[in-house]
Design a protein around this ligand. Structure first.
Ligand code: HSE
Length: 412
């Protein structure tokens, strides 16, 4: 019998109990041990559950129980999760978490403590919900130098954008629906402002490129300013708008890393990733593109990844896994305008004909976009690929003629 404790009984925590209970026999066979949930820590009362007797409110009970060798942290948020997880590791307990905020902010430090204590700190569920990505990236793709990671990393925003694109739904109505279905975070601003996707690209970039990337280093923009007119312009261009997280390794070892809504061509595989699905493309020097696809949010898909990590911990209780990355440094991630992209530029202008001429003279080969939803006095175009700071400089030089409403990168 192998005792575990679960900290948090929200959407993911209750899903973990459900999966462990429903698939008990199969999990025991795979772990080569019976897994027993000894405690569930939560400040709330759950008096009517078949397992109500397992609930505790005092974290120290878990910390001081030597019978508990693996602790599952599914509370979310940085505090008190960070304190609890650190104490568990220092007390010799392996930890499994789905908490991307924790891993993105403190993963390097917690992995170091786990290493020093020959323990596991596993977080498969922190990125992509039920999609296997952390383990495949660190093990199956280990022979590669990873060049780039890019993907749709947030189910809620992908769901909202899909409803806006396919059903003409308003942003607000789609967000309400996402909340009802349990996809959105408790504070949906983490989803719609791109912070959740930012945490996930930080975790993937840290793992792929070997140094901690902190959320504060990654320029992050959400989808709250995307309108049906942008959606229509994207369609006229032959694509869709997706919230993309990307991290590219540059020749000098630094990273170009950002989260932003981008235009994705219809022939790009990421364009057909809809609803709550996530997809992550990992570009390796030996494999080329490998794409991971699946449900990136939701109770049972996320719980499935947590339980798989628990099984791994039980099987490898005295053998540490090899997840690890080093500390980052201040300018490890370049300023986002130092990266390169072709850009979607939407402007207001009093004189479209003159603006078109000057835009061509300034940028060269641009593609102008037209759609029936476009308000009067707008001119919208796609620039050639270039350094974003240079594109911005050129746009500034046209300030007398153009008022820029919005720019977005084109996803390659
Ligand atoms: N709110 C997150 C999402 C949940 O929508 O992707 C999974 O991390």
């Amino acid at each position: 019998m192998f005792n575990i404790a679960i900290m948090g009984h929200g959407t993911v925590g209750s899903g973990v109990v459900e999966v462990l209970t429903k698939n008990h026999a199969g999990i025991a066979a795979k772990a080569a041990n019976e897994i027993n949930i000894k405690y569930i820590l939560d400040i709330r009362d759950f008096p009517d559950l078949p397992y109500s007797d397992k609930f505790i409110k005092d974290f120290d009970i878990i910390l001081n129980d030597p019978d508990v060798q693996v602790v599952v942290e599914v509370m979310g948020g940085l505090n008190p999760a960070y304190d609890f997880v650190k104490k568990c590791l220092l007390a010799g307990k392996s930890v499994v978490t789905s908490n991307k905020e924790l891993v993105a902010a403190k993963g390097g430090e917690l992995l170091e403590i786990a290493k020093e204590n020959n323990l596991n700190f596993l977080f498969e569920a922190s990125v992509g919900g039920g999609i296997p990505i952390i383990r495949p990236m660190s093990q199956c793709l280990a022979a590669n130098e990873i060049i780039e990671i890019l993907g749709i990393l947030n189910g809620t925003t992908n769901f909202i954008l899909t409803k806006m694109i396919d059903e003409g739904m308003s942003f607000d109505d789609a967000l309400v629906l996402a909340k009802q279905l349990g996809y959105a975070e408790a504070d949906p601003s983490a989803d719609v402002e791109g912070k959740d996707a930012c945490r996930k690209i930080c975790i993937l970039a840290s793992l792929a490129f070997g140094r901690h990337v902190y959320p504060s280093q990654v320029a992050t923009e959400g989808i709250t300013k995307i309108t049906s007119v942008d959606v229509a312009y994207a369609a006229a261009w032959g694509g869709v708008i997706k919230l993309i997280g990307k991290a590219v390794k540059l020749e000098d070892g630094k990273l170009d890393c950002c989260v932003a809504p981008m235009l994705v061509k219809n022939d790009n595989q990421l364009s057909s990733v809809t609803d709550v699905f996530n997809a992550i493309v990992v570009r390796g020097d030996a494999t080329g593109d490998v794409m991971f696809y699946g449900k990136g949010a939701g109770k049972l898909p996320t719980a499935s990844a947590v339980v798989a990590d628990v099984i791994d911990c039980v099987k490898h209780v005295s053998a540490r896994k090899y997840l690890f990355w080093d500390e980052g440094y201040t300018d490890y991630v370049i300023d986002s305008d130092q990266g390169e992209a072709a850009m979607y530029v939407r402007c207001k202008t009093a004189d479209s004909a003159e603006a078109a001429t000057v835009i061509r003279d300034t940028f060269g080969n641009v593609e102008f976009l037209f759609c029936k939803e476009a308000p009067a006095h707008e001119i919208t175009f796609i620039t050639p690929k270039g350094k974003i700071s240079e594109i911005n400089k050129k746009l500034k030089s046209l300030g007398a003629l153009l008022e820029v409403i919005k720019t977005m990168r084109i996803c390659e």
